[in-house]
Ligand binder design. Structure first.
Ligand SMILES: C[S@@+](CC[C@H](N)C(=O)[O-])C[C@H]1O[C@@H](n2cnc3c(N)ncnc32)[C@H](O)[C@@H]1O
Length: 247
């Protein structure tokens, strides 16, 4: 993995191998799609980052993180919108791949760094915007994004970037909120925290966007990715798609 051509907003080098990276705040902010959407992102992933980490600390969320990570090849895997590290750390403890976490939120990256250190894991972290990825063309084998694309003002731009940074044959796996009616009973069977996190996710996605299997496949295919397929997960609250860059 190489340092970015356009790493204007990174504060840690991808590919560093020295454990969880200390991160400094950097200039620049992501594009926003409206004041309400922007405020909700700032609240949920800035000040409320600890609440977010608490709510997503349940088995169903963790299992979905693991399953997503297992859909992409290594050794160089980027987790877009790494947040507090739930998705990437769930996978990184189990394999020998090199994972890099990327997020636009300083608070989220601090939490991910803290959690990685606590587990004794090397987790290079990068502060950057998902719509301007600081990696060279074809630098990565796999990209995961667990509930991230729906938050972006320009999902197509992010997917175009994902396509660019994947090597031929590399794969992306996304998990996003699903538009169709979910199963409340299914979420409740996983306990109150599971249900609460799903309801919050649904409220959040109402402010941003939701996908069904067809629209998520269409989004990745519009970015030039091939062999896309999608299926519902998390009691129908979520939808996963996997696709690859043509060899
Ligand atoms: C719902 S959280 C998902 C966190 C993590 N994937 C998980 O499973 O716990 C979404 C994350 O996307 C990040 N995010 C939002 N907009 C972003 C952008 N434009 N570029 C990079 N990250 C962004 C937020 O800061 C937040 O940490």
């Amino acid at each position: 993995m190489h340092e970015a051509r356009r790493a204007t907003r990174t504060s840690a080098r991808p590919g560093a191998t020295t454990g969880a990276t200390e991160l400094k705040a950097t200039s620049g902010s992501p594009a926003v799609s409206g004041p309400l959407a922007s405020a909700s992102r700032a609240l949920a992933f800035g000040f409320a980052a600890p609440a977010y980490a608490f709510l997503t600390a349940h088995d169903a969320w963790r299992a979905s993180c693991r399953a997503l990570g297992e859909l992409v090849p290594g050794p160089r895997v980027l987790d877009l919108g790494v947040g507090p590290g739930a998705s990437v750390l769930e996978v990184a403890v189990r394999d020998g791949r090199v994972h890099v976490g990327l997020d636009v939120s300083h608070r989220m990256l601090q939490r991910a760094a803290h959690r990685a250190r606590a587990r004794g894991l090397a987790l290079p972290l990068v502060r950057a915007d998902a719509m301007v990825l600081p990696f060279r063309d074809g630098a990565l084998d796999g990209v995961t994004a667990h509930s991230v694309i729906y938050l972006l003002p320009d999902p197509a731009a992010a997917l175009a970037e994902v396509s660019r940074v994947l090597r031929p044959g590399g794969r992306v796996a996304l998990l996003e909120p699903r538009a169709s009616r979910p199963s409340l009973r299914g979420a409740w069977s996983g306990g109150p925290r599971y249900l609460a996190s799903m309801l919050l996710w649904r409220a959040m996605s109402r402010l941003h966007s939701r996908f069904d299997e067809r629209s998520l496949v269409a989004l990745v295919e519009a970015a030039g990715l091939v062999r896309a397929r999608a299926w519902p997960v998390l009691a129908g609250f979520g939808v996963v798609t996997v696709a690859e860059r043509a060899a």
